[in-house]
Design a protein around this ligand. Structure first.
Ligand code: ADP
Length: 635
């Protein structure tokens, strides 16, 4: 036995509110970056290639202005190649090209410049493509890991966490990381030329370089303050966008209620309010961005004026060549651009850190259905399907049991109807049988084996569940019956549909079994969905059947179809029916009455009627289609 007497009898107690909490911008967290690097790891060779490519491209990007200013302006146009100033071998290269081609000096310079720019931009392109490849592959894997992880979280997790939150983590948060990693790549592409340019500038004229460096703090401070301001505005924009989405979703999905209650004008007003708030914040952001752009452009031009002032003066006194002054004006952009990009990345970085925190929180969420350490294999082709519930006590919340000491047995092949008032614990009973929750007090035996000693996967293979709501996956009708199970052929699926008489309506559809089902299956009636659910179970051919009967009323003709189909799928299977209709209850061999989580009565219909207790009252009050004739026979 796998009983854990020291544990509470509830499912695990966890604080799910942390999953719901808003995580806003986070500071830079190296730990997170290290973890993200874990997904980049398998692609690290390509990442290295990408970095080498950007270094080479940047070196060429810096050499191009050197060629123009030192070789063309100083060497050719001014005819004063100051040999003391570095030219990084470009003079010699130019001379070599000149000799090789037999062209003029200036034509050779054009060829060198043209080749440089071609190679430089090809390298940049290859860098960006390889970087994108690394980032997209890594985060595809991360998204897959997240999906796989969330697939294994148990029902107790999804009971408490909004699906929207989980979706955001898998979709938007990973997207934010894509932006971050791409952005970090862009930063490398900016900072490498920055440092190479700095090195070249110091080599040419240290004094002028220091003047320029003096301006950098001003750029950084301006960028910092603008980004602080825009960060707040962008947060407000994101909030209004998600409010717009939420409002839209609520209104569209409840359109019938909206129209029936004539709420169109009122709802439009609410939407207008949020929409206008969004406009205001967007406008604020555009204004700030424009002001920032203008300020930066002005500062660049001021720096240019400083170069002309200081550099031009030095050129007049011939302490610096004209080409060097021109070179400095070229390098200004290489100086400022990284700060601009860094400023832009600043917001992305904060948002991405919050996203990383949310992703890792989800990945680290280890709540799961407890599996046995040495699971007993159910190797036999077909089990008998004998079930015994023994002293089962369970609650979703600590200290609030909803099932109390439930004990009963179902013989192999027996059909048991479970009835009881709403909230009496009927669904909970079958959820525990499906191993959707952990339970510690009491247990369930399947053919004499403790359910807790069998892997949940093996149990679920033996159990077919027809829920009230037939869940439809996007795809054809046939795919919705076979569910992509390799053990179920298309032929089996069609045969199952035929057996439950679902094929009549399926064949009348334009594309028969290949008809695509729309989201939520709204092109199918309630009765048709129920028949499809039966076909799905029949195709899977489990030994145990659980039916949570739909409460919605169906027309008499469909009702007859469903009752016939029910008989067919119950045949030869141990069946537990959470029944609402008298007809279904009458199909059962015995009836179990649950009340407040306790077994009140168990026996045949006749026995329970004779008891004149809960079942008797329920049968008079609640069962949906108790006709006057039935009423008489019951009383
Ligand atoms: P029934 O199927 O008989 O209507 P349930 O088994 O659904 O009853 O519910 C039994 C009790 O457990 C109810 O009080 C219900 O509020 C509570 N309950 C059901 N599902 C959950 C859940 N996922 N989380 C917390 N409490 C639940």
């Amino acid at each position: 036995m796998n009983q854990k007497a020291d544990k509470d009898h509830t499912s695990e107690k966890r604080d799910h509110s942390v999953f719901e909490a808003d995580i806003e911008g986070q500071a830079m967290n190296l730990q997170y970056l290290k973890r993200i690097a874990g997904w980049v790891g398998p692609h690290k060779r390509l990442a290295m290639v990408s970095i080498i490519l950007v270094v080479l491209a940047s070196a060429l990007a810096v050499l191009m202005p050197v060629l123009l200013s030192r070789v063309v302006v100083d060497g050719i146009l001014m005819d004063s190649p100051n040999s003391l100033l570095p030219d990084f071998g470009l003079f010699q290269l130019n001379q070599w090209v000149q000799q090789f081609t037999g062209f003029s000096e200036i034509a050779a310079a054009c060829i060198v410049y043209g080749s440089f720019t071609l190679i430089c931009h090809t390298l940049y392109h290859l860098h960006r493509v390889s970087l994108a490849r690394v980032v997209l592959f890594s985060l595809r894997d991360m998204r897959q890991d997240l999906f796989a992880h969330m697939e294994l979280r148990p029902s107790s997790f999804y009971d408490r966490v909004a699906i929207g939150r989980v979706m955001t983590r898998i979709t938007n948060d990973v997207q934010a990381l894509i932006e971050l990693l791409m952005g970090l790549g862009a930063l490398i592409g900016q900072f490498v030329p920055f440092f190479i340019a700095l090195f070249v500038m110091f080599a040419i004229n240290a004094e002028l370089t220091l003047h320029l460096l003096g301006a950098i703090p001003a750029f950084i401070i301006a960028t910092y303050f603008f980004r602080q301001a825009t960060r707040k505005v962008y947060r407000l924009i994101r909030n209004t966008v998600s409010q717009l989405n939420q409002n839209l979703q609520e209104n569209l999905s409840g359109m019938q209620v909206v129209q029936l209650s004539n709420r169109e004008t009122l709802n439009l007003q609410v939407y207008q309010g949020i929409n206008d708030g969004n406009r205001k914040h967007e406008f604020h952001a555009v204004t700030l961005e424009s002001a920032y752009g203008a300020t930066m452009d002005n500062m660049v031009n001021l720096a240019l004026a400083v170069i002309i002032w200081v550099g031009g003066g030095a050129a007049l006194q011939e302490t610096i060549s004209l080409g060097s002054v021109i070179l400095f004006t070229y390098f200004i952009d290489m100086f400022i651009q990284p700060i601009r990009v860094l400023g832009h990345q600043y917001n992305i970085l904060f948002r991405a850190m919050a996203s990383a925190e949310r992703i890792f929180q989800a990945l680290d969420w280890d709540e799961s259905v407890e599996e046995p350490s040495h699971p007993k294999k159910m190797l036999i082709e077909r089990i008998n399907g004998h079930l015994e519930f023994k002293n089962l006590t369970f609650g979703y919340e600590s200290g609030q049991p909803v099932l109390h000491d439930v004990s009963f047995e179902i013989a192999a092949g027996e059909k048991l109807a479970v009835v009881g008032p709403t909230g009496s614990g009927k669904s909970t009973l079958i959820r525990l049988l499906g191993r959707f929750y952990n339970f510690q007090r009491g247990t369930i035996f399947l053919d004499g084996t403790d359910l807790l000693d069998i892997h949940s996967r093996d149990i679920r293979q033996r159990i077919g569940v027809v829920m009230q709501d037939f869940h439809i996956f996007s795809g054809s009708i046939l795919e919705n019956i076979t569910l992509g199970n390799p053990n179920i052929s298309d032929k089996d699926g069609i045969k199952a549909a035929h057996a439950v008489n679902a094929d009549t309506f399926i064949n009348s559809l334009p594309e028969g079994f290949q008809t695509q089902l729309v989201e939520r299956g709204q092109n199918l009636s309630q009765g048709q969905r129920q028949l499809l659910a039966f076909a799905r179970v029949l195709a899977a051919n489990p030994e145990i059947l659980i039916l949570d009967e739909a409460t919605a009323s169906i027309d008499t003709e469909t009702e007859q179809l469903i009752q016939n189909a029910l008989k067919i799928i119950m045949k030869g299977r141990t069946s537990i029916l959470i029944a609402h209709r008298l007809k279904t209850i009458q199909e059962a061999d015995r009836i179990l009455v649950l009340k407040n989580g306790k077994v009140k009565e168990i026996g045949t219909h006749e026995e329970l009627i004779a008891n004149k207790d809960v079942y008797y009252t329920l049968s008079q009050l609640q069962f949906q289609d108790v006709t006057s004739k039935d009423r008489k026979s019951l009383s």
